[in-house]
Ligand binder design. Structure first.
Ligand code: SF4
Length: 344
């Protein structure tokens, strides 16, 4: 399960960022010049880099791929713990490609968002099928793989293949916004297109991996989302927003849920129950409900409402390829369905 206090580093923010209109689309002038800023950030990184399993020397591209998919929606401390366990079970692309749904979901236990595990396995199958089992080193080829978006493709090019490419996620865009334009509130960022154009110009050629990892570490430990620690920041003399940012909570997106709990938590609970049941065994939906809900909530929840809600959740899990569903009982009794982790 994810720690509520720590956000996954590669996750999109829960609330809306407020883009700030820029007067000019030109690269902003730096107080001490771009080379001085680059040196300051890289020096800071040399002294403060976080030591993660996926940053060790000579890590194979496959390990970078697994780590980056894990980091999309899970915090770094959890990935640090789970990655070695996962790699013991699936040490290379071929073993991951051969994994069936049940074993991959079981291995993903505690990571949340189980459909990522299936996309990762599908990605391994595509690498075996189209690239002879070798993780491709071209941005376009990476983007064409299942589960790989622009961020992950760029991260692989930079971190696994040491290519000169801009890597952009929410946290890096936030740090760039603050560094190069004057932000007043913690939930503000510069326009995405503007930040992205700038990002291609500012990283030091030949040092893309270190530069972007440095930005990630700075964003996670110093230039944090809500209350940046400018007093501890090695870039404060270069930063347009230093000591000017007022904390402001982003507007929260309303998340669909049931009985006060978001549906993504219920989805995780259902998969967890089925993952731990005997291999291939069908579970009755009423039994699943009893296992995921506290007894008081289960008996108090209105049956028809619960039935409609559960049906929706289960069909979503089925669409994502996580569950198999079969009708048991009368066809109009949607509550009486049986579930199990999908074969595959
Ligand atoms: S000086 Fe403050 S706002 Fe600027 S990069 Fe550092 S922590 Fe972020």
């Amino acid at each position: 399960m994810t720690n509520k206090k720590t956000k996954p580093e590669r996750q999109e923010p829960a609330g809306e960022q407020r883009p700030v209109k820029q007067k000019s689309e030109r690269l902003p002038p730096f107080k001490a010049g771009l080379p001085a800023l680059q040196t300051a950030l890289l020096n800071w990184y040399s002294a403060h880099a976080r030591a993660f399993v996926w940053r060790a020397e000579n890590v194979p591209p496959y390990v970078t791929l697994v780590a980056e998919i894990m980091l999309q929606q899970t915090q770094t401390t959890r990935v640090q713990e789970k990655l070695p366990e996962f790699l013991e079970l699936f040490p290379n692309v071929q073993s991951l490609a051969a994994a069936d749904n049940a074993s991959i979901i079981r291995a993903w236990s505690g990571m949340g968002y189980n459909n990522r595990a299936l996309r990762l396995r599908d990605c391994a199958r595509a690498i075996v099928g189209k690239h002879a089992g070798i993780v491709p080193d071209e941005h376009e080829a990476l983007l064409a793989l299942p589960g790989i978006g622009p961020y992950t493709a760029a991260a692989l090019c930079a971190f696994a293949f040491h290519q000169d490419i801009a890597v952009l996620d929410v946290n890096i865009r936030r740090v760039y916004s603050r560094l190069f334009w004057r932000m007043e509130h913690s939930d503000q960022t510069a326009a995405v297109q503007l930040v992205d154009r700038l990002a291609h110009k500012v990283f030091p050629r030949g040092r893309s991996a270190a530069w972007h990892q440095a930005l990630m570490d700075l964003g996670a430990t110093v230039c944090i989302a809500f209350r940046p620690r400018c007093e501890a920041c090695a870039l404060s003399i270069h930063c347009a927003s230093a000591f000017r940012i007022t904390p402001r909570r982003p507007e929260k997106k309303k998340e669909a849920g049931f009985q006060g709990t978001p549906n993504r938590i219920w989805r995780g609970k259902i998969v967890e129950i089925l993952r731990n049941s005997d291999d291939g065994k069908w579970c009755d939906s009423s039994k699943v409900l009893q296992l995921i809900m506290p007894p008081a909530l289960f008996s108090a929840a209105p049956e028809s409402e619960t039935r409609i809600w559960l049906h929706k959740i289960v069909r979503g899990l089925e669409r994502d390829g996580l569950l198999e569903v079969k009708q048991s009982g009368r066809t109009d009794e949607k509550f009486h369905i049986r579930l199990r982790v999908r074969d595959g």
